[in-house]
Every structure is written in C-alpha cells, then in structure tokens.
Design a protein around this ligand. Structure first.
Ligand code: KIV
Length: 259
C-alpha cells in the first residue's frame, strides 16, 4: 500500500474522510483538492443514463468515464466500481480488475458484497489489486425499492460479520450504504480500517455522496441527500443570458471575433 492509502488509513479516529463520485474530468478537477477519495461509481448508470438499475452499466462505460475522471485527479485516491457480472468468479474478476487498473490508472476497485464474494475479494488482494468493500444496500443486487439495512438482528449480525471478514481479507476500507445508525457505529468501532458512509449517519469514518446530487445537478429526493449547491439553476441562468444576447446580437461582439 502506498502513501495515498496510508493517508486514508491514518485518518481513522482522527479526521473524517471525504469521498465523492466523479464520472468526468471537469468534475474530478473541481473536487480533487477537497476529496480524499474520488469514486467512479456505477451510479453513473442512473445519474447519467437514466437506467433503472446499475446492472445495465458495462465495463466499457466504467472504463471510459474513469479515463476521463483520471485526467482531473491529482491528489485523491481514485477508486472504480467493478460493474455487475464482471466479478462472478475469481478468474473473471482478476482479468477485469487488471483491465480497469491498466486502462484507467486507478488506485483501487470497489466490489459489492461480503461473504458471498469473499473468495473473489481474497483472490484480487492476493494478486495485489487494492479493494474497497461495499456493504448495506448493494444496488447491483436490489430488485425494487431500496430499504435501510440493519433493522433486524440477523441482518445486523450478517453485516457486522461481513465487515470483519472483508477486513480480515485485506480490503482498505468499506462503504456502508444505508446502514442503520447504531449498527454503523458498531461496525466502525469494531474495525481498524475506515468505514465510508452514505445514508449511514455521522458514525462512519468518512462520508460519500454522488456529486451530481450534492451540487444540485441531479434531482434527488433521497432522504440522506443534502443539496449543497444549485448548479442546474446556474447553468440554466447562463444559457438564458447567452440566448438573449445571441437573439439581440449583443454576442458575439468584435472582442469575441477574429478580425
Ligand atoms: O456507485 C456509486 O456511486 C456508489 C456510491 C454511492 C457509494 O457506490
């Protein structure tokens, strides 16, 4: 593990870890100074392509968006989601993870699941592929509505045990998606590696959000999403002015022309 991973591991119990998604260069560049981790998440399927599920996202889409995002990342650790069905067995997982790392120059990959994929996670890590875990809601496995995880005892035990198992096999951190508050606290306290929460309360070592939701580019009604900006309004406003100036021949003036 290089200094970028150590920087993140060392933040545990000291300072919160900032993680955001980015699917392209310009967004990555705009956030990179403030993030510890930039995730090219397969959420791009719903956010950019309006897919009803992340299951439709392909390896090629992930690679192309990651190559773009890579151009804007200098400071943060870059993690790329392995899309649905690209890690169904050890051989396929390793081949695809190597392809993602080679083509995108990312630092790590993220896989959804615990004990059900543990042999695959172990195989990647033995082969020197850094892995981020993902527990709680697993969008690649959900059919229908997303429900908070960890309300029932058997579910709580399973998520906690999965987190410990992933840590034992060497993942460098775990995303906890929509995990009930007290369970998120228990998992975070039980682990040496950091937890990164999304809809999982203050009790995680870091927070991740989809950037389009945070800046108000994407309409999201999810409870845990706070809009920190109104970028869609800003874009509309700029385009409205552009249109007005073109129609009134105020733009382009000589200053914006080649004379
Ligand atoms: O796909 C994604 O963007 C994610 C985050 C929301 C954690 O997995």
């Amino acid at each position: 593990m290089n200094f970028k991973f150590n920087k993140i591991l060392n933040k545990k119990n000291k300072s919160k870890i900032i993680c955001l998604t980015a699917y392209s260069k310009n967004i990555a560049e705009a956030i990179d100074l403030y993030t510890d981790i930039i995730l090219v998440g397969d959420s791009l399927g719903s956010v950019l392509y309006n897919y009803s599920t992340t299951r439709k996202v392909t390896l090629d889409q992930m690679i192309e968006h990651s190559k773009s995002a890579r151009l804007g990342i200098k400071n943060s650790l870059m993690v790329v989601d392995m899309p649905y069905r690209t890690y169904t067995n050890k051989k396929r997982a390793l081949k695809n993870a190597k392809k993602i790392i080679k083509e995108t120059k990312c630092d790590a990959v993220k896989l959804e699941g615990g004990s059900s994929i543990i042999k695959i996670v172990e195989h990647l890590i033995i082969n020197k592929i850094p892995v981020m875990g993902h527990l709680g809601i697993l969008p690649q496995s959900v059919k229908g509505k997303f429900k908070i995880k960890g309300k029932k005892n058997n579910e709580r035990n399973k998520i906690l045990n999965d987190a410990k198992l992933l840590q034992k096999k060497g993942v460098f951190s775990i995303v906890l998606e929509c995990v009930e508050t007290s369970l998120a606290k228990k998992i975070t306290k039980s682990l040496k590696i950091p937890t990164i929460g999304i809809g999982s309360s203050q009790n995680c070592d870091g927070q991740v959000l989809v950037i389009d939701d945070l800046i108000g580019l994407n309409e999201s009604k999810i409870k845990f999403v706070k809009k920190f900006g109104k970028i869609k309004n800003n874009i509309s406003q700029a385009v409205k002015i552009f249109k007005k100036e073109v129609l009134s021949k105020k733009y382009p003036t000589r200053k914006y022309s080649y004379n």
